[in-house]
Write a new protein. Structure first.
Lengths: 437, 420
């Protein structure tokens, strides 16, 4: 009724050609098989009110980073209501959202689109993860003790067996260099390096497989967009990484303002710590490191300073995130287990890291070893479960951003319509295409 | 019929209260009509046109005013409020506070007197868009047809001047507030509504951008007695508004503001789009909506508008309005949900279709009544002998209000005739 006259084009297209009542895609009717289980999961696990949506489009219009054509999240709200799980799993737009919740606070129905997209992102991570069971475990609180026990037991075993292994492999305890007072008597470098190296590679493979599956799905779904990319893959990746590093998309938020500095802190803190770790792990093979490599670093060593700054940044950022989510849940969004387990683990990595450093500095024996062990367990947890936890957003979001660059998804402000034209955008578009005005 | 019946108290002199009063009085009951403004007619008097017939409210009001004037059973108290109300059905006691008008009405005040005054007041009849002198005639159709003096706005010099040039029997500057205590048998609450405070709609910039108006302001802009004598122009520069946007659900159907539908705003905006087009054949109107709620036969009005190529309908709720710093044009952010595109179109003038808030949300009656979450009162209220009608009960249009009022009048009459 409402569309009569004004939008006859849309209406004609909507005429189902078969008796089936169905929405239309590319002029053809498609039948929807709603995934009722999916709707139930969404409405019980963090998007309780998404069904309240009445499709007014406030969310899409208010979103500062949603593109002008086919903006999100209104269409995602409709798809979710219809139980179109497959469609959402292949939708890169859910990853372009940075959960600033401008849409959720302005939603006239309290349907909280921002929280729905966050929940769908979790579903995407779980869906594409290989092996799948690990993703299910990571996102189920009942498995939390088991998941923490795995690294503790593995690391414990490795440490217990370090002497027989050392003998068998013919490795000497001293890794060379001038070691003053270190952890290597209990935690030999060769062991930690190979242990973390091995599991790190496993995690990397897991993440890679997941993202490739995701990439293939979104590419296959959009042959028209992917056949004519607007820029090369290399340029797309660089453009996306620039946005990631500059945190450009966070700065446009108004509701969840705290998310920007908090994420910045965690992001660069983690980056700094990773850089230092890689520097240390690769010390033996790194031609840039001269032979008088002294470990542990003095407090004034640039690497030590970088690590401490990174640690502080991670600690403050994660604390801020926790505080923000607890105190301002309306703005920060609904937080579920998926969010909490990741943020708390990051926080505990920072806390145990500093505890270890502190005890080491005070020469507390054997406390420093215990603290270090716990720290290593948390670091391991973050690392090995990357493809299955919220940490995976790093790769999925970057991938979706690359896709957006690659296909030329128009970001930000829509093209203004010339003043004096009280016509709907679609009509205006037609006019422009027909060469009028 | 109970010959000893006490009068019916009608609180509110808008279309709801007027209708209830004349309906009850014309079948022989005495009515006391209490209105807080200085004139009868309420919100409806401020309309330029009614939908769907597009007639002005003045002709209907003229008839109603005559019915009141000619009926000795109706006593009207303007500038009056009910301060106390107690008792039970058939036997209520009411205390009415009547503020002084300072104008006696015994002889008319000449326009030349008003011209010489310098002190002015904001004209609330025109939604604050212009001013009147401190001594003023409320509006062309004012009933009672007597001037009003705003004593607070009157300067000392003007007071002296009035004493000098006004006939002494026309003004009574010593007039004092009156207190009336009367007994009534039944009460009809017709306290009406006020527009939702559009400054609360932060993103829509009402009060910050001069060319963003509310729908009630638009009515005055179009009306002959309005600030522009009926020219629909932009407040910022007085230019004719050629390209007007109507923003539906400005506050209504929104959990952050009014969760309910205000029922009349779709029709009101379509009516305004229509008279905009009637006044200016070049004008364009764009209505941004969630759903067009034109119920029953009113749908024809909507279909007729769809035929007009200068009126567009865009399905999408406006999320934000920004002003061009130089032209003061307005840029609207909205998703056209039928095409799935974000638009940002520019307009000369924006009319916010603000919703209906019951006056009883803020100002409660001096008796323990039950209100719903939004301040509305159920038609058959929680107190026996007290009935409600019109926008005090729910958002509704004039035709529904008058039917409400007739029903409330009947209930009040039944209350007075119990035990007969």
């Amino acid at each position: 009724m409402e569309t009569a006259g004004r939008t006859s084009q849309v209406e004609q297209a909507a005429e189902p050609k078969s008796p089936q009542i169905a929405p239309v895609e590319n002029g053809k009717p498609v039948s929807i098989e709603p995934d009722l289980d999916f709707i139930r999961v969404l409405s019980t696990q963090g998007a309780a009110s998404f069904k309240e949506c009445f499709q007014c489009g406030t969310c899409s219009a208010t979103c500062p980073i949603s593109p002008a054509e086919n903006p999100f999240p209104r269409k995602e709200m409709a798809w979710a209501s219809w139980g179109m799980r497959d469609r959402l799993l292949r939708d890169p737009d859910v990853w372009l959202c940075h959960h600033c919740n401008d849409c959720s606070t302005q939603c006239p129905r309290g349907a909280r689109p921002g929280d729905l997209l966050a929940l769908i992102r979790r579903e995407v991570v779980v869906h594409y993860a290989v092996p799948h069971f690990l993703a299910r475990w990571v996102n189920d609180p009942r498995y939390a003790p088991l998941l923490l026990a795995i690294p503790a037991v593995l690391l414990g075993l490795a440490l217990m067996l370090r002497e027989p292994l050392q003998d068998a492999l013919g490795i000497t305890g001293n890794t060379g260099g001038k070691i003053v007072f270190s952890f290597s008597s209990v935690f030999p470098h060769w062991l930690l390096n190979s242990f973390f190296g091995f599991f790190g590679i496993l995690a990397f493979v897991g993440a890679f497989v997941g993202v490739v599956r995701f990439w293939r799905a979104i590419m296959a779904d959009r042959p028209d967009q992917t056949s004519a990319p607007v820029k090369g893959m290399g340029a797309s990746i660089i453009a996306a990484l620039k946005k990631v590093i500059s945190h450009e998309n966070f700065t446009s938020c108004t509701t969840a303002r705290a998310r920007y500095p908090a994420h910045l802190g965690v992001f660069f803190g983690f980056l700094a710590l990773s850089l230092v770790s890689i520097w240390v792990i690769t010390a033996k093979f790194n031609p840039l490191i001269s032979s008088d490599f002294v470990y542990p670093f003095s407090l004034l060593s640039p690497w030590k300073i970088l690590a401490n700054l990174g640690g502080f940044s991670l600690l403050l950022g994660s604390m801020w995130m926790i505080y923000d989510r607890l105190e301002f849940s309306d703005n920060a969004g609904e937080s579920n287990y998926f969010d909490w387990i990741f943020i708390w683990t990051l926080f505990l990595v920072a806390v145990t890291g500093f505890a270890t450093e502190f005890m080491h500095f005070l020469r507390l024996e054997p406390h420093r070893h215990i603290a270090y062990f716990i720290h290593l367990v948390f670091v391991f947890t973050v690392l090995i479960y990357l493809p299955y936890s919220k940490f995976a957003h790093v790769i999925y979001r970057t991938t979706a951003m690359v896709f957006a660059e690659y296909t030329g998804r128009n970001w930000g402000v829509p093209t203004p319509v010339a003043p004096g034209n009280g016509v709907s955008g679609s009509q205006r578009k037609e006019e422009i295409e027909n060469g009028e005005k | 019929m109970n010959a000893d019946a006490k009068p019916i108290l009608v609180i509110g002199g808008g279309i709801a209260g007027i209708t209830a009063a004349v309906e009850a009085a014309e079948v022989g009951y005495r009515v006391v009509l209490v209105e807080k403004e200085a004139y009868l007619g309420g919100r409806v008097m401020r309309m330029y046109r009614y939908f769907p017939k597009m007639c002005p409210p003045t002709c209907g009001f003229e008839i109603n005013a005559r019915r009141i004037r000619q009926n000795p059973r109706i006593v009207v108290h303007t500038q009056s409020t009910v301060e106390e109300l107690s008792g039970t059905a058939g036997d209520f006691k009411v205390r009415i506070r009547k503020r002084p008008r300072y104008v006696t009405g015994k002889c008319s005040v000449d326009d030349s007197v008003l011209e010489r005054l310098t002190s002015t007041r904001v004209n609330d009849f025109n939604q604050g868009m212009d001013e009147t002198k401190a001594l003023y005639y409320p509006h062309d159709m004012a009933y009672p047809p007597i001037h009003v003096l705003d004593r607070e706005a009157l300067s000392e010099a003007d007071e002296e001047l009035l004493k000098e040039i006004c006939p002494p029997e026309a003004l009574d500057l010593e007039m004092e507030e009156e207190e009336l205590k009367i007994g009534v048998g039944a009460v009809i609450v017709a306290t009406g509504w006020q527009p939702y405070d559009a400054t609360k709609l932060e993103h829509l910039k009402f009060g910050k951008c001069p060319n963003v108006l509310t729908n009630v302001m638009m009515e005055r802009l179009a009306a002959r007695g309005g600030p522009t004598r009926g020219e629909i122009t932009r407040p910022s520069d007085g230019k004719s508004a050629e390209n007007v946007a109507f923003v539906q659900c400005a506050g209504s159907r929104d959990e952050n503001h009014l969760p309910y539908c205000s029922a009349v705003c779709c029709m009101a905006s379509m009516k305004q789009a229509r008279y905009l087009r009637e006044k200016n054949e070049n004008a364009k109107a764009t209505i941004f909506y969630i759903d067009i709620r034109a119920v029953g036969r009113l749908e024809k009005f909507y279909f007729d508008l769809l035929e007009d190529s200068n009126i567009s309908f865009v399905k999408g709720k406006v999320a934000e309005i920004n002003e061009h710093p130089e032209t003061r044009d307005l840029i609207l952010d909205v998703e056209d949900t039928l095409s799935g595109e974000k638009l940002n179109q520019t307009f000369d003038l924006v009319v916010l279709a603000t919703g209906i808030v019951p006056n009883s949300a803020e100002t409660k009656l001096p008796i323990e009544l039950k209100y719903d979450d939004y301040g509305f009162i159920d038609g058959t209220t929680s107190i026996d002998g007290v009935y409600a009608a019109g926008c005090a009960t729910r958002p509704c249009d004039v035709s529904r209000t008058t039917k409400d009022s007739t029903a409330a009048a009947l209930k009040a009459i039944q209350c007075l005739n119990r035990g007969e």
